[in-house]
Design a protein around this ligand. Structure first.
Ligand SMILES: [Zn+2]
Length: 256
C-alpha cells in the first residue's frame, strides 16, 4: 500500500536528521512540520513525532513523520505520538495561508539572544531580508499562551510571516517559511548571524564599535540591496530545491 505523502515525509525525515547532525537543535527537542494538501485541497500537517530528538536522535523513517488533519487536529497516519508543541505549529499556520513550513529549534547561538530577552541584531547580508528578529515575551513551553503569542506576532507582521524568525524567550526559535528548504537555510544563516552579532556586542562594550554594523553602515540603516527580498516582498512559490524525482509532487502541492 502506498504511504500518504510519502515523498514529502521522506524529504522531511531526511532534512530533520541532517539538521540535527549539524547541531541546529539540541537533544532536548525541536520539531519541524510542513503543510500539504490532498487532491481535494484538504490540508494536512506533516510533523516530526514527540521525543524525535532525545529518543531517536532524529533518525526517523518516513513512517515516523506523522500526518495530522489540519482541520480536526487529529493524527491520521504515522508511527509515534504528536508533540505537545504542535499547538505552536497550528497557530502559526493559521496566522498566514502562505506559511507552508514551521521549524521550531533549540538552536544554541540564537538561544543566547532568546534568553536575554532582546531582539537579535540583524547584521549579516544573508539575514537582512528577515528584517527585525524579534524576541517574544516569555511564555512557558508548550503552553496555549505561547502558541497564542506566536500567532499574534505573526498576524501583526502580515505577509512578512511567510519568511520570518521569532525568538521564543529562554526556549528557542520559531521559523515560518513558504517551503522546508528555505526554513533550513534561514536557520543556518540565523545561527551565523547570532554568533557574529554577539561578537559585535563585545566590540561595542570594549569601545571598538559605536553600534552594530552591517553592509557598511549602522545595522538599522535602510538596506541598499534591491535584489534581496525585503519584508514587503515575501518569497512565495519560488522554485524548489528538491531533487528532480521529488519535484512533481511538490509542484502539485503548490497548485492548491
Ligand atoms: Zn521547544
Amino acid at each position: 500500500m502506498e504511504m500518504m505523502f510519502e515523498t514529502e515525509r521522506r524529504d522531511l525525515a531526511h532534512t530533520v536528521r541532517k539538521m540535527f547532525d549539524r547541531k541546529d537543535t539540541n537533544v532536548a527537542g525541536g520539531n519541524m512540520s510542513v503543510k500539504v494538501f490532498d487532491a481535494e485541497g484538504h490540508a494536512y500537517i506533516l510533523i516530526t513525532p514527540t521525543f524525535m530528538s532525545e529518543t531517536y536522535y532524529a533518525e526517523l523513517s518516513p513512517a515516523q513523520i506523522l500526518v495530522v488533519d489540519a482541520a480536526s487536529g487529529k493524527k491520521i497516519d504515522g508511527v509515534g505520538d504528536v508533540t505537545r508543541e504542535i499547538n505552536m505549529h497550528e497557530e502559526a499556520y493559521k496566522a498566514h495561508p502562505g506559511i507552508r513550513c514551521v521549524y521550531h529549534s533549540h538552536a544554541e547561538a540564537s538561544m543566547f539572544w532568546a534568553t536575554i530577552g532582546q531582539d537579535m541584531p540583524n547584521v549579516t547580508e544573508a539575514t537582512r531580508e528577515l528584517g527585525r528578529i524579534r524576541c517574544l515575551p516569555y511564555k512557558p513551553a508548550c503552553s496555549k499562551e505561547l502558541a497564542d503569542t506566536v500567532h499574534d506576532a505573526l498576524v501583526a507582521i502580515g505577509d512578512k510571516a511567510v519568511e520570518n524568525v521569532l525568538l521564543l524567550n529562554s526556549h528557542g526559535i520559531l521559523i515560518t517559511a513558504s517551503e522546508l528548504h528555505i526554513a533550513t537555510r534561514l536557520l543556518e544563516t540565523l545561527e551565523w548571524n547570532a554568533q557574529i552579532a554577539y561578537k559585535q556586542a563585545l566590540f561595542i562594550k570594549m569601545g571598538l564599535l559605536d553600534d552594530y554594523q552591517s553592509c557598511g553602515h549602522n545595522y538599522q540603516a535602510p538596506l541598499p540591496l534591491p535584489d534581496i527580498a525585503l519584508p514587503e516582498q515575501p518569497i512565495r512559490g519560488v522554485s524548489q530545491q528538491f531533487p528532480a524525482d521529488m519535484k512533481r509532487s511538490v509542484d502539485e502541492t503548490h497548485l492548491h
